[in-house]
Write a protein that binds this ligand. Structure first.
Ligand SMILES: *[C@@H]1O[C@H](CO)[C@@H](O)[C@H](O)[C@H]1NC(C)=O
Length: 349
């Protein structure tokens, strides 16, 4: 508890010092989903179209702009029973319907990679359809809860996590409180078809993000309330260190166009008294916290914040819509002497 408390003080004194907190409520908008719930993560394709997002009925949808709305893009398996699954909001059906979590494109050939909690690592081509299973096991241990992923755009390598070898997604609360440490960070190399385990013993391995120069990965350990850094290159290659302790359970981590990162935080509470809690943090490669996004009751159970052209897409495993809000106001950036950071407020949906 003492450790938690000092982390709390550190986080918040840092934020006070930096002086940036954004209130999502000021500019908040929603794009409702056609059916089902829980847009967990977002990706844009090689033509900049999207977002694409996986939802609770097992499908991946593509946003086609305001006049065409959402269209089904992919399903995780040919055996998924549509009559039972399409539009389902029943978490008990996830094991048969699938549950796409992390999504990211290989931008060279527009292949979408999907971390499906129940199926494993999947890929689907630019026209969508039924995804192909790429991997469901490593070192003889089947994945139980495939969760986050990122793609190295220079070589097509996919980095992804399996949260646990014991607990499935529907047991995420038990996983969180159990002290389970069987989560893994892995690498799939499409040129060899091999899956390699980079880190084992993780506590609820979750979001993963590759640095802009591809020298390291950040991986969230949800139950340990921290983000680890795993070095891929340089003198520290293959070593791991704690990168950032956070207040709340870290979920997906997404890099923005500047090479900074957003991590979504979850506190597991949604009562009004906790409305002012921080729902996501933006930080740089030196683990300096640059911005804290406050939910103000609108952004509960946030699974991801993805920044694109100065807009923040807010994902959730529970909400029937995609949240949209602005990154911090430019005037605030100017006050901080960061006016070179150019944020466009153009949003071309
Ligand atoms: C796209 O590239 C990846 C990585 O090189 C490869 O594994 C995948 O099969 C390619 N997809 C298509 C549709 O060609």
């Amino acid at each position: 508890m003492r450790i938690l408390k000092s982390v709390f003080v550190l986080c918040f004194s840092l934020l006070l010092f930096i002086g940036v907190t954004s209130e999502a409520a000021n500019t908040y908008q929603q794009i409702p989903l056609p059916s089902s719930l829980g847009p967990e993560s977002f990706a844009f394709d090689c033509n900049g179209e999207g977002p694409y997002t996986g939802v609770g009925d097992g499908r991946v949808f593509k946003w086609q702009g305001p006049s065409h709305g959402w269209a089904e893009f992919a399903v995780p398996s040919i055996n998924r029973p549509r009559e039972v699954c399409d539009g389902s909001t029943d978490p008990a059906l996830e094991t048969i319907c699938g549950r796409p979590l992390g999504v990211q494109f290989n931008e060279k050939n527009c292949t979408l990679y999907i971390a499906d909690a129940y199926h494993g690592l999947l890929e689907v081509g630019r026209n969508g359809g039924v995804a192909r299973l790429v991997a469901s096991t490593a070192e003889g241990m089947p994945f139980r809860f495939t969760n986050g992923l990122d793609v190295d755009q220079s070589n097509g390598i996919v980095y992804f996590t399996d949260s646990s070898v014991s607990y499935q997604r529907w047991q995420h609360l038990e996983l969180f409180t159990s002290g389970d440490s069987t989560g893994r960070l892995m690498k799939y190399d499409p040129s060899t078809g091999e899956v390699m385990v980079l880190l084992r013993g993780l506590g609820f391995a979750n979001g993963v993000a590759l640095s802009r120069d591809a020298s390291y990965l950040l991986v969230a350990e949800t139950s340990r309330l921290r983000i680890l850094r795993y070095w891929l290159e340089g003198p520290r290659a293959k070593t791991t260190a704690t990168f950032l302790q956070v207040q709340g359970a870290p979920d997906n981590i997404k890099r923005n166009e500047l090479g900074e990162f957003w991590v979504a935080l979850n506190n597991g509470r949604s009562t009004p008294s906790f409305r002012r809690e921080v729902m996501a943090l933006r930080f740089d490669g030196e683990a300096r916290v640059l911005e804290a996004l406050q939910g103000d009751g609108l952004l509960e159970s946030v699974s991801e914040v993805k920044e694109r052209n100065g807009i923040l897409l807010v994902g959730s495993v529970a909400m029937p819509f995609v949240g949209l809000t602005h990154a911090e106001p430019i005037s605030l950036l100017k006050t901080l002497g960061l006016e070179s950071v150019c944020l466009s407020s153009q949003w071309i949906l």
